[in-house]
Design a protein around this ligand. Structure first.
Ligand SMILES: Cc1ncc(C[n+]2csc(CCOP(=O)(O)OP(=O)(O)O)c2C)c(N)n1
Ligand SMILES: [Mg+2]
Length: 672
């Protein structure tokens, strides 16, 4: 990098104070938001963004940029001020419209909404996991694509975290894993301000955070003065030089230098008030009555990020050109990974099921799919939270991700919260197809991150096995009941519950083709019959969410079901049909994919005129009436399961063909 003259301390402080004032003014204008934390973190942010963070404001998607995560998303005005001043496509009028409808400056940072925002943050703790996932992604890509004298993946991950972030359990899980994996390119800057919403941290947080992180295997530094630019600079450099993940515990004072609100919880989440803002501006030597004032010196100083970024990108492009010439196949593969493109023939080698009969748990079919898919893709990075064998995600052919070498097989440990948050970081980083697995019932432990994946439109794949009372003897703690309804309620989350081995193959395909939504594959522990596809509808219908599986002429009723209950529906419909009551079966693996189909298709599967409808699923009935209509019957399980062999449970809860047949007769009688 050409050595630009370092800004004078005076200029640096002008820039820092500009960040502070913009945060105060934006919150004041919105009469809503969080001014204190951006003000206190402005010095550290300035040093990081102007001296350490490698970024390119005109190329916010430059693959080799450093990643910055503002885990304490409530401090969003800090990020917006930085982005604006550094020359990202975020004009000042957007800061003036902070938190307003349609502005690029929402209350908390949202990925895909504001250029330069890497991840959506706000739910505390999640950003720590995201940062860990990003550092894992960087290491994985670096090991795949760098060659001696050809370094094309080499970037760091920096995150600001608050007291709340470090109190949340998800951060502990992720930090523990990061220490274990020795993710040296990760640095957390902890805003140790002793303040949370309810008051001083004395209320609830007295552990020695530095000692805790040391125990995780982190490199830890403690700084007593959040305004000591030189010390911060040196600490960031030392963090970057460590081969372990780094924590910088930085003592700050919320709302510094507001004369009466600094160090108070009031400065966390409310405007400082016109008088306090005025007095703060006077202290800073700012024109007290002007709002959103950006001194030219600050604009010039921070605006240097543009030219610096252009130069970094230019050099990287040059290195890539040389790398491409030396290793054309490798370079093409990197292109493919970075653009999220599936390789030619990716779906060619899957096992095919459908004529041989027999039975197979869908988790086993999924394991067979993974065995083929994993080497074909190369970037399917993930694993399970200590249930690799049970969830069929062992992938015996793949290397482990360890502290020494980044294979695609991740052992997350028993850390579902952390796993899910890391998966979001990996997906947001780009280049990988991340997946995680556990028992479906423990989606409860992943839900906060799953929701954020859906909100961020990240194509994370969750493999959730043991998807019903079919779990059997382990009992109600391990038997999901309400989870399907819970997951279906999350906007932009796709749930797929395949009925047999062939549907499982198709479900994996559908998941991989989704680029803008996370997918849950809900799979059985127990064996289910492999349907004879010469007799029934083709499993390719899975891609459409629901399809006609069994269709006698002139059906009088429809039975719909997902997963293991499709077989119960089928047995009932065949017997009814043989007895003269022609009954159609709709296999319904995914409501969300069905809702994406054109109206005509949906009408073909569930014709308006065919109102006699029954649904069966070994789960909470909540929601199925949207397809059965008021006149229909939904058979399910609106209670917890129990510990017993699974056949016995299906018997006790009467999830049986006889019950379906009775229900069909009842709905037909109603409509007669
Ligand atoms: C999971 C979660 N719980 C609660 C909140 C609401 N909340 C926002 S900030 C905050 C705590 C503020 O304290 P701290 O994290 O230290 O941030 P500071 O005020 O110091 O910036 C809380 C409880 C949240 N955003 N996320
Ligand atoms: Mg705090």
């Amino acid at each position: 990098m050409p050595a630009a003259a370092a800004p004078s301390p005076e200029t640096s402080w002008t820039s820092i104070n500009t960040i502070r004032v913009l945060a105060m003014d934006a919150v004041e204008a919105a009469q809503s938001g969080h001014p204190g934390t951006p003000m206190a973190l402005a010095p550290a942010a300035y040093v990081l963004w102007s001296k350490h963070l490698r970024h390119a404001p005109r190329h916010p998607d430059w693959p080799d940029r450093d990643r910055f995560v503002l885990s304490c998303g409530h401090a969003s005005m800090l990020l917006y001020s930085l982005l604006h001043l550094c020359g990202y496509d975020l004009p000042l009028d957007q800061l003036e419209r902070f938190r307003q409808w349609g502005s690029a400056t929402p209350g908390h940072p949202e990925r895909g909404h504001t250029p330069g925002v890497e991840v959506t943050t706000g739910p505390l703790g999640q950003g720590v996991g995201n940062a860990v996932g990003m550092a894992m992604a960087e290491r994985f890509l670096a090991e795949r694509f760098n060659r001696p004298a050809h370094t094309i993946v080499d970037h760091r991950v920096w995150a600001f975290v608050s007291d709340g972030d470090l109190m949340e359990g998800v951060a502990s899980e992720a930090a523990s894993l990061a220490g274990h994996l020795r993710l040296g390119k990760l640095t957390l800057i902890y805003d140790n301000n002793h303040i949370t919403i309810d008051g001083n941290t004395d209320l609830a947080f007295s552990e020695d955070v530095a000692a805790r992180f040391r125990a995780y295997g982190w490199h830890v530094q403690q700084l007593e003065d959040g305004n000591d630019l030189e010390a911060i600079d040196a600490a960031l450099a030392a963090a970057a030089g460590s081969d372990r993940p780094s924590l910088i515990v930085l003592r700050t004072h919320i709302a510094d230098p507001a004369p009466s609100k600094h160090d108070t919880p009031e400065a966390h989440g409310a405007p400082l008030g016109a008088d306090e803002v005025r007095r703060t501006k006077e202290i800073l030597g700012w024109p007290p009555d002007e709002t959103f004032y950006v001194p030219p010196a600050a604009r010039n100083d921070m605006g240097r990020a543009v030219a610096r970024g252009e130069e970094w990108v230019r050099r990287w492009e040059a290195r890539r050109g040389v790398h491409r010439e030396a290793f054309p196949d490798l370079a093409a593969e990197l292109d493919r990974w970075l653009t999220g493109t599936l390789p030619d023939g990716w779906d060619g080698g899957f096992p095919s099921y459908g004529t041989e009969g027999g039975s197979l748990a869908t988790r086993q079919a999924s394991a067979a799919v993974l065995e083929v898919l994993s080497p074909a893709l190369g970037n399917l990075v993930g694993g399970s939270a200590d249930l690799a064998g049970s969830t069929g995600t062992k992938r015996p052919g793949e290397e482990n991700f360890t502290a020494d070498s980044a294979g695609p097989q991740v052992h997350w440990g028993i850390r579902e919260h952390g796993m899910a948050a890391c998966l979001n970081g990996m997906a947001a980083h780009g280049g990988l197809r991340p997946f995680g697995s556990t028992f479906l019932v423990f989606s409860d432990y992943m839900k906060p991150a799953m929701r954020l994946a859906a909100l961020m439109k990240l194509p994370v794949i969750y493999v959730g096995t043991h998807d019903s009372i079919g779990v059997g003897e382990d009992g109600p703690t391990h038997q999901p009941v309400e989870h399907l309804a819970m997951l279906r309620a999350v906007p932009n989350l796709v749930l797929l519950r395949p009925a047999d081995a062939a549907e499982t193959v198709e479900a994996w395909k559908a998941a991989l083709l989704l680029e803008d939504a996370p997918t849950v594959l809900a799979l059985t522990r127990q064996k289910v019959p492999v349907l004879d596809r010469t007799r029934y509808g083709a499993a390719s219908g899975v891609a459409r969410g629901a399809y006609v599986l069994f269709d006698p002429p002139s059906p009088r009723a429809i039975v719909m079901a997902s997963g293991s209950e499709v077989h119960i529906a089928l047995a009932a419909a065949e017997e009814l049909t043989a007895g003269g009551t022609a009954t159609r079966v709709v296999s319904f693996p995914s409501w969300e994919l069905f809702e994406r189909q054109p109206k005509g298709y949906r009408e073909d599967v569930l014709p308006r005129g065919l109102r006699a409808r029954v649904a069966i699923e070994a789960a909470a009935t909540l929601g199925w009436s949207r397809y059965t209509g008021d006149g229909g019957i939904v058979i399910g399980l609106d209670r917890f399961g129990a510990s017993a062999p699974q056949e016995e449970l299906y018997r006790q809860f009467d999830l049986s063909p006889a019950r379906v047949m009775a229900a069909v007769r009842e709905v037909l009688a109603r409509s007669d």
